[in-house]
Design a binder for this molecule. Structure first.
Ligand code: G6P
Length: 367
């Protein structure tokens, strides 16, 4: 049946652990693994005819869009507008003819996202949606439906739907790069090969669960936690903060690491855990400088990094969650997993209702 927890205590735990399998299933839909290329038939969009992408979503789905903006800009030189649906729907409606609106939603029923989709449709735009529920209203009303194959998600806080949204968006960005002549077939193959490693990399992270549970004990007693990163890792940090506040009711703020000195640093003292998302990418040394600023003020740094990053961070962090090295392209997928587990275990320690946090709904179908 749909709603079986199996051997897990919570749906959320089950859904976190399903990620290697459902990411692989989603990638298999969009990628021809043998050929190392995108399956054009499953993405009926010609990006050579698109000069702007407009992404609209709510909550966790919005953060998937925030990650993907970097991918579309880098791989396809495609400008991306991005907004939360509750803002988009009330902004001046412009709808350029060469723009592709893209709506991301697990449920396909979120009221603000649906209203935004309908506004674009009424303006005559051809639009696409990434949805997890294939029978949903958004799937019915969109011109192009890109399914995430995460299966039913029961936990109110989204986990596997998010990483499947990222997998879908990554495949879409590679297709856009090829269509727009930015990526050669060989370049595209490199990115596809990286993506194909994601399920295995995520499975490797799940093996660190006991260690992450131990580190969650530092976060659980805190009244505020900070999450920061740069580039795609900023979006991952925002998602990590959202998960922690939703599940454990600890106040959490995610921000761009470069904004540290424009506000968040005022909150830093020796009671505040600062979770830093720091893959060893081209922005790594900048993020390490921000870590040093926090360490100098007594902040308790928990660095989420990879083997190469761990070497460079050294003793600046109080704790490190060291993930196996993975291609930089898939870092957002991989680095999300420990943040899900930190939030899950902080909530367990604090005794909150993991699958049904207070005041939250799985799908917000009224404004
Ligand atoms: C609610 C859920 C979140 C979800 C958001 C958007 O707030 O609790 O987990 O990210 O709605 O939902 P959607 O179904 O549109 O992705």
């Amino acid at each position: 049946s749909l709603a079986e927890k199996g051997n897990y205590r919570h749906f959320m735990a089950k859904e976190i652990h399903e990620q290697p399998e459902v990411i692989a299933r989603t990638l298999g839909h969009y990628i021809d693994v043998g050929a190392g290329s995108i399956r054009d038939d499953t993405i009926p969009v010609d990006f050579s005819e698109v000069s702007r992408l407009s992404i609209t979503a709510c909550g966790t789905a919005y953060y998937a869009g925030l990650v993907a903006r970097h991918w579309f800009e880098r791989l396809a030189r495609l400008p991306v507008d991005l907004d939360v649906a509750s803002e988009f729907r009330y902004r001046a409606q412009i709808h350029p003819a060469d723009e592709l609106p893209l709506f991301i939603s697990q449920s396909g029923e979120t009221a603000d996202t649906l209203a935004s989709l309908r506004a674009c449709k009424a303006a005559g735009q051809r639009l696409a949606t990434i949805v997890n529920v294939p029978t949903s209203t958004m799937a019915r009303e969109a011109n192009v439906v890109l399914p995430t194959l995460a299966g039913p998600e029961i936990g109110v806080a989204s986990t596997k739907a998010f990483t499947c949204q990222l997998a879908t968006l990554a495949a879409l960005a590679v297709k856009a790069g090829v269509d727009r002549g930015v990526l050669t077939r060989d370049n595209a193959r490199g990115f596809v090969d990286g993506l194909v490693e994601a399920p295995r990399a995520v499975a490797d992270v799940l093996h660190l669960e006991a260690e992450i549970e131990r580190i969650a004990r530092i976060i659980a007693p805190a009244s505020t936690a900070l999450f920061m990163g740069r580039g795609p890792s900023m979006a991952v940090a925002l998602e990590g903060a959202l998960k922690l506040k939703e599940l454990s009711y600890i106040h959490a703020e995610g921000f761009a690491a470069g904004e540290l000195k424009h506000g968040p640093i005022a909150l830093v003292d020796d009671t505040v855990p600062v979770i830093v998302v720091a893959p060893f990418d081209d922005l790594f040394t900048k993020t390490v400088s921000n870590m040093e600023e926090i360490a100098a003020r007594g902040g308790r740094i928990i660095a989420v990094t990879d083997a190469r990053g761990a070497h460079a961070i050294g003793t600046t962090a109080e704790e490190m969650i060291v993930l196996p090295d993975a291609p930089a392209f898939i870092a957002p997928l991989v680095m999300t997993i420990p943040l899900q587990l930190l939030a899950y275990y902080a909530a367990i320690i604090n005794g909150t209702d993991v699958d049904q946090p207070r005041n939250l709904a799985k799908s917000v179908t009224v404004e």
